[in-house]
Design a protein. Structure first.
Length: 754
């Protein structure tokens, strides 16, 4: 049988080392060969002495690359019936666990290895049985793992004492997030409570930073982690960027009043829907539409087109606001290989949920990250010899003599080109540096107390900080956090006479609630209201809004008068001193590397091969505007009483500059690629740039005091202002670049404006 399975030539160096029953299972699947990533991972994991990161595209066989050797090793153990889970699979999505459960059960059934899935939708009876007689492989989310330790901490040794392997799927989705910190902490807490030291295996389609990824998997020993990178054999890629021009907001009917550019009578949306219908009908595709509203709009349009032509329905909606049953119906329809189908979705299908073989992917708008774009592209072309196909649709407003410069610069088109260029170059979005994650640390202190029935301050320090999980927190910060948690007004913890930390009154209530299991929360939005009490709309609190600055909402310019964090309201008045800067661009700048690539796209004459004719025209318009505004050598231009500053930096650096200007008494408006400052403040702006260029840079924590709504993460509300300022400054501000940035802007500014 060995001769029938190999790396394409009928031979295999790794197949022979697998357990005989695993070999038989592979043979029954009809595999002609092991995949290259499986050939490389099997000997490493069978040795059982090294942590491992496996990087390969979506549907490339990563899961089997981990579990074929793991199951082989478990099957060869002398006492497989002993109590305790021997392998654990952790992933961010319940749906992905359900997918993997079917595959894992099929593999393990022949070897008499039990497989248990554990998440919020699994019955209590199954969980109770697994607690009583834990065996085999456990598939679980971080939140359910937290629930086990908080509610049944005394069972940790029984359940995980013989744990040999931990597999973390979609690892890139955890890195640099509160949920990732929680998972790191959970794994260390299991090691301590159970006395085990399981091999850790990370699975990911994208890795932004190999060193940081190794540190995530094994914080205190990153150099000991082995990485199996993607194969050098490249898959054929087919990319197209399609441009569409939509009428300016003033040309749309009043009924279309909508800030997303997806109004019902928007001809560009109609054209995109028709192209999707003509291109994807009869095929199997995913359409990433961005917002939930876009998903519904496009799904309805595509359904109407099907109905009008009398053809079967092939297009289905999928987003987080839909019921589980509705989402699962769409997924089942996609898995039905007898009929074509496509799903219009948000990010819900960006990760590796199995919806069958996908022929192509479509994306409406530039998306948020290069890594996410690569993840989406990887959903297509999973069959051998099949190309990965992605079409990106971008909408820009029609130009007129009154168009805002940022509309004329075609920022959405240029950002999309830059992101596609970086994706093709293999670049990934960096992991945010220096995060304190105090919200998650506070949560983990309380969870650790609940798990153990109490713990000393030094014990908590050893498990949470000395373990390398919260490596950027020093002892002074940790002590301040514990004092804050013990403040009678906060009431999360108390200290017994012997020094043991115990739950306080509010801590007890939090522990008893289901809210203790998860560290993530949905993004908060603030209502924007005028001084007359009229509602303008809603805006997310990230990026932050500062009293005194200007903001753009509903196609108008507003001055922020007050930010009420208790009522979750922003009080505004119509902006004076110039016409509102109406433009359709994104208000948040992307990463520094994306901004740099955008500038390169503006400045060069090279033409990407993936542009359609309309996108090519948009690129030409953008470059013409760039030169007309003098931005090749300038850092600013004037437009109707406003100075538009172009710092050409990403979000953390731009946010630091904006807050430095606010501190100096100016009224900057964040406009995505640019920052708007009233022309009457030109002299004060030059003075502040000179001060910054001379190295007189405010402390990040001082700048953070100008931000009213710093309660962003789930448990931030328990922190005091000092801790909030510290955490916000570390995560959201980069002031180190301000002197160099100010000097460069000052030079270009003086050169261009005189």
């Amino acid at each position: 049988m060995t001769s029938n399975v190999g790396p394409g030539d009928g031979t295999s160096s790794a197949f022979q080392f697998l357990h005989e029953k695993v070999q038989r299972w592979i043979w029954r699947q009809g595999w002609e060969s092991l995949r290259e990533i499986q050939e490389r991972s099997i000997p490493v994991l069978l040795a059982g002495d090294r942590d491992l990161i496996i990087t390969a595209g979506t549907a490339s066989g990563k899961t089997e690359a981990a579990f074929l050797p793991i199951i082989s090793r478990l099957a060869g153990e002398s006492s497989p019936s002993a109590l305790g889970f021997r392998a654990m699979y952790v992933c961010p999505l319940r749906a992905l666990i359900n997918d993997q459960f079917v595959r894992m059960e099929c593999l393990c059934a022949e070897l008499d290895i039990e497989v248990t899935r554990w998440h919020g939708d699994v019955s209590t009876s199954i969980k109770a049985k697994a607690r009583k007689t834990p065996r085999g492989v456990l598939l679980i989310t971080p939140e359910s793992l937290e629930a086990i330790l908080v509610r049944h901490g005394q069972l940790a040794r029984r359940m995980f004492g013989v744990l040999s392997y931990v597999v973390i799927d979609e690892m890139h989705a955890f890195i640099g997030s509160p949920r990732g910190k929680q998972l790191q902490s959970l794994l260390h807490r299991i090691d301590v409570a159970s006395g085990s030291h399981a091999i850790r295996v990370g699975l990911s389609a994208t890795l932004a930073d190999e060193r940081a990824s190794c540190a995530f998997l094994r914080p205190l020993a990153p150099d000991a982690v082995c990485i199996l990178p993607r194969s050098s054999l490249g898959q054929e890629l087919k990319l197209q960027l399609r441009g569409y021009v939509t009428p300016s907001r003033g040309c749309l009917s009043p009924a279309s009043g909508d800030n997303e550019g997806d109004a019902p009578d928007d001809p560009s949306q109609i054209a995109i829907a028709h192209h999707l219908f003509d291109t994807l009908r009869g095929k199997r595709s995913l359409v990433f539409a961005g917002s939930r509203k876009n998903v519904e709009n496009y799904a309805v349009r595509l359904a109407d087109l099907s109905k009008s032509l009398g053809v079967p329905e092939e297009f289905f909606a999928h987003h987080g606001n839909l019921s589980k049953e509705h989402r699962e119906d769409a997924e089942r329809r996609m898995k039905d290989t007898t009929r074509p189908a496509s799903i219009v979705c948000t990010t819900t299908l960006e990760l590796g949920i199995d919806v069958g073989a996908i022929e192509s992917v479509a994306q409406i708008g530039p998306g948020h990250t290069v890594s996410g774009m690569r993840q989406r592209l990887g959903r297509s072309g999973r069959r051998l010899g099949q190309a990965a196909v992605m079409r990106v649709y971008i909408q820009e407003e029609a130009l007129s003599e009154k168009s805002h410069p940022l509309d004329a610069l075609r920022c959405g088109t240029i950002q999309t080109i830059a992101m596609l260029n970086l994706m093709l170059q293999g670049w990934n979005d960096p992991i945010p540096p220096g995060r304190l994650d105090l919200s998650t640390l506070l949560h983990q202190v309380l969870a650790l107390i609940a798990q153990n029935g109490g713990i000393s301050a030094s014990g908590a320090w050893n498990q949470l900080v000395a373990s390398g999980v919260f490596a950027d927190v020093d002892q002074a910060i940790f002590k301040r956090l514990l004092r804050r948690m013990g403040n009678p007004d906060v009431g999360l913890i108390e200290q017994a006479p012997d020094g043991t930390l115990l739950p306080g009154p509010k801590g007890e209530k939090l522990i008893e609630s289901r809210d203790i299991y998860a560290v993530f929360s949905t993004a908060e939005e603030y209502r924007v209201v005028t001084t007359e009490g009229r509602s303008v709309g809603q805006t997310p609190i990230d990026p932050p809004v500062v009293a005194g600055q200007f903001m753009v909402l509903g196609g108008r310019r507003w001055r922020v008068l007050e930010v009420d964090v208790h009522r979750k309201e922003i009080l505004v008045s119509p902006a004076s001193g110039g016409k509102p800067p109406e433009f359709g661009g994104e208000l948040r700048p992307p990463a520094d590397a994306v901004i740099s690539e955008m500038r390169r796209v503006y400045e060069t004459v090279s033409i990407p091969t993936f542009l359609d004719r309309s996108a090519l025209e948009l690129l030409a318009e953008a470059r013409t505007t760039f030169d007309r505004l003098g931005l090749r050598h300038a850092a600013a231009c004037r437009h109707e009483g406003v100075l538009l500053l172009f710092p050409w930096v990403g979000e953390r650096r731009q946010q630091a500059l904006i807050l430095a200007l606010v501190k100096a008494g100016l009224e900057p408006t964040p406009l995505g690629l640019a920052i708007g400052v009233p022309s009457i403040e030109e002299k004060a702006l030059l003075t502040e740039l000179k001060r910054l260029a001379a190295g007189e840079v405010p402390e990040p924590r001082e700048l953070a005091t100008f931000v009213s709504q710093k309660v962003i993460e789930k448990f931030d509300g328990y922190l005091d202002d000092d801790l909030l300022n510290l955490a916000f400054a570390r995560e959201h501000l980069d002031t180190s670049f301000l002197p160099q940035l100010a000097a460069e802007m000052l030079r270009c500014f003086l050169c261009s404006l005189g």
